[in-house]
Design a protein around this ligand. Sequence first.
Ligand code: ARG
Length: 476
Amino acid sequence: MKLWGGRFTKPTNELVDEYTASIRFDQKLAKYDIQGSLAHVEMLAKCEIISESDAATIAEGLKAVAKKIASGEAELTEDNEDIHMNVEKLLIDEVGSVGGKLHTGRSRNDQVALDMRLYLREALVTISQQLVELQQALHTQAKANLDTVLPGYTHLQRAQPVLFAHHMMAYVFMFQRDVERLADSWKRVNQSPLGAGALAGTSFPIDRHYVAEKLNFDGICDNSLDAVSDRDFVVEFLSNSSLVTAHLSRLCEELVQWSSAEFNFVELDDAFCTGSSMMPQKKNPDVAELVRGKTGRVYGHLMGMLTTLKGLPLAYNKDMQEDKEGMFDTVETLKGALGLFAPMIETMEVKKDTMYQAVAKDYSNATDLADYLVGKDLPFREAHAVVGQVVLSCINENKYLLDLSLEEFQEFSSLIEEDIFDVLSPKAVVNARNVAGGTAKNRVEEQINKAEMLFEKNIGWIKEHAAKIEELSVVE
Ligand code: ARG
């Protein structure tokens, strides 16, 4: 008989059991479900709702169940629908009918909301940790490439030379926003819904704050209807994750381009590439492509969750069971991608010479010729037109600006003098961008130093919050 079978006169249709059960995927929540139950049962005894000795028996039983689930010894069944009822059933098998006292003053509705928050809390810490490792790999490449110049692009056309270190640091700051967004979401995730009951609260004199404290929550959800209906924290996580994957996919695209024969700017380590079953010469940037490809499923989960919540009346509705697979899959997808990315960036060979050749053979110093003329008091608009003429003539003659002689320059403007050759060299062009946040070497060094402070802050946050979670790991 089902745990809720009392008012039924027939068994459920087998297909209904299969269709409505969530145990296939929500067994991931077992550890958190039991952590929550341990806190709940301790509170029941403290509030004298059940006896100390019953509470102790139940707590021992829960720990035994946790061990059996972790070792695979416990059988989780669709008959028992979800992780909450499976644990309760296993507990009763373990300690007898006293196990039936655990669910006093509680509903699966507040219980599942609790489990989701406990699970996500841990994921926030793990993913932040991985993001910091990726930031550090990018930062290391930046430090090693403070003299490496490559073309910077707009519209994928060569625009102005930049330092490779500058390019790496752009990603460091993107991922910094991701870390900060995840950390900011913590305060909305870390509120305890337990005690909301099915929707209206409970008639037992429970102590919600005690449970919240036991589980290291920052506080309790203020409204019981909201507590069981709220999945905003899932949407927020999926949205924050979508930006992480957006950022990763942009870096992926650059790696794919840079490692092509056409660019030849980087060589990814063999350990992070795969071959072709047919073409023996191939070395494919599969990891970068697959991470780029997986952006789709993460955006999909965000759209799925938003759509599931649209128009749902208060309070709990079974629709909300659809909150789990997308969230779990997003966590796994990010963990997989980030775990590979940090070492892939760290081991990437940067081809400084090819990058330099590319800058030497383009017109990315044209702005600097115009700026030079502006320095000689020519209005920028006229300078722009003059340089346009110079570039056009160079294109026709298959030359670059630095191939011209002083006499040839002077045919376009008598303002040009011998010092122009220093102004137009790629390094000079880079170092001329000596504005805060610019690509001049000293400005990139400033970014590198600033990032070190941000990493310290990130690591501090991770340590502090990981400790809050580890304290609870009653269940191995
Ligand atoms: N398996 C359910 C879920 O994941 C748990 C809550 C079920 N509550 C209920 N009243 N049917 O959403």
